[in-house]
Design a protein around this ligand. Structure first.
Ligand code: HXC
Ligand code: NAP
Length: 291
């Protein structure tokens, strides 16, 4: 096992803390929820499909009994309030929240219906501001500290064709993160974001890079480290950002993409393909000229 596949914290730093992970039944949300449980936290996982959440929760029983699966559509503010109320009723408190739920698909934008645009933006942006607003109201009223962590993507900074609703919504989440970090720090509420590059999940591989597309655009070749992210390295970063070890980090977005977006933005990154023999000959030529 490589070091980056190992847990960064090994003691139960989250004992007595309660976190909610939206979209925690699958993919990256599941991996983050698992690690929080391993670190002693009480964890609520919520999304639309209760049967998926229950299956995940039963897998987690071997780690900890402090896992609660709850059905919720993050687009609905009342359902978010319901999750908060049920979390507090079950675990007695709520200390942090990961806005991880998302919807996305690849398509030329002009082929999308307005309802398709709504579907993605409502899950990603509305789902995140719904949770932020409900949590802020609660923590401020109770004079309680809290921490929010939003999962965005690197194209939240750059924009990207073919995933335009997702890019627009994630950019909104990024600005929400920074804005609330500035406004609510005085209440002891921190807001940060993680911008992952490609991590293998059923959603990314099957939905965004189906076989026919991956043959034309190989996502791994876009990463200068020539590998995908490991779920544990993302979980390590999430745990750090939820913990008091990051108490002075507020309004930050941390990219974890193996250098993917810088590599593809850099005009000369493609020079990787130029063989050493060329550079040897080129150096000789330049030397000859300067002499
Ligand atoms: C075009 C589509 C579509 C597709 C649905 N629609 N899928 N349009 N291409 N592939 C259209 C439908 O036709 C409909 O419009 C409208 O969208 C709403 O569809 P519903 O199925 O009713 O929506 P809903 O049930 O809300 O489902 C939301 C969803 C779905 C986003 C469409 O795919 C979903 O639940 N996804 C969750 C999982 C997911 O997407 N994970 C990806 C996260 S990965 P009409 O006009 O017909 O009514 C990620 C990684 C980014 O974000 C970075 C990678 C490196
Ligand atoms: P995933 O497994 O599809 O996760 C998305 C989750 O969101 C699912 O569990 C889904 O569960 C939930 N969800 C969708 N709509 C919802 C709604 N309306 N209400 C509540 N929950 C809802 O995908 P993933 O790859 O792990 O992605 C997780 C996060 O990482 C997302 O924010 C994604 O944008 C981000 N990300 C991923 C990658 C990557 O390479 N994997 C890269 C960059 C960013 P239900 O269907 O049960 O509702």
């Amino acid at each position: 096992m490589m070091n980056y596949q190992k847990p960064m914290f090994t003691s139960p730093i989250f004992e007595g803390k309660t976190f909610v992970v939206t979209g925690g039944g699958t993919g990256l949300g599941k991996s983050m929820a698992k690690y929080l449980l391993e670190l002693g936290a009480n964890v609520v996982i919520c999304s639309r499909k209760l049967e998926v959440l229950e299956k995940t929760a039963s897998e987690f029983q071997a780690i900890s009994k402090n896992i609660l699966p709850l059905a919720c559509d993050v687009r609905n503010y009342a359902e978010i309030e319901g999750i908060i109320a049920q979390t507090v009723a079950h675990f007695g408190d709520l200390n942090g929240w990961i806005n991880n739920a998302a919807g996305n698909f690849v398509s030329p934008t002009e082929r999308l219906s307005n309802r398709a645009f709504d579907a993605v933006v409502d899950i990603v942006l509305k789902g995140t501001y719904n949770a932020s607003l409900a949590l802020g109201k609660r923590w401020i009223e109770l004079k309680q500290q809290g921490v929010m962590l939003n999962i965005v993507t690197t194209y939240a900074y750059t924009g990207s064709g073919y995933v335009v609703p997702s890019a627009a919504a994630k950019a909104g989440v990024l600005t929400l993160t920074r804005s609330l970090a500035a406004e609510w720090a005085k209440y002891g509420i921190r807001s940060n974001a993680i911008a992952p590059g490609p991590f293998p999940t059923d959603a990314t591989l099957a939905r965004l890079f189906p076989k026919e597309i991956a043959q034309v655009v190989d996502p791994m070749q876009r990463v200068p480290l020539k590998r995908f992210g490991d779920h544990q390295e993302l979980a390590n970063l999430a745990a750090y950002l939820l913990s008091d070890f990051s108490a002075y980090i507020n309004g930050e977005v941390i990219t974890i993409d193996g250098g993917e977006w810088h590599y593809n933005a850099g005009m000369f990154s493609g020079f990787d393909k130029i063989p050493t023999s060329f550079w040897d000959a080129f150096a000789e030529k330049v030397k000859g000229k300067s002499e």
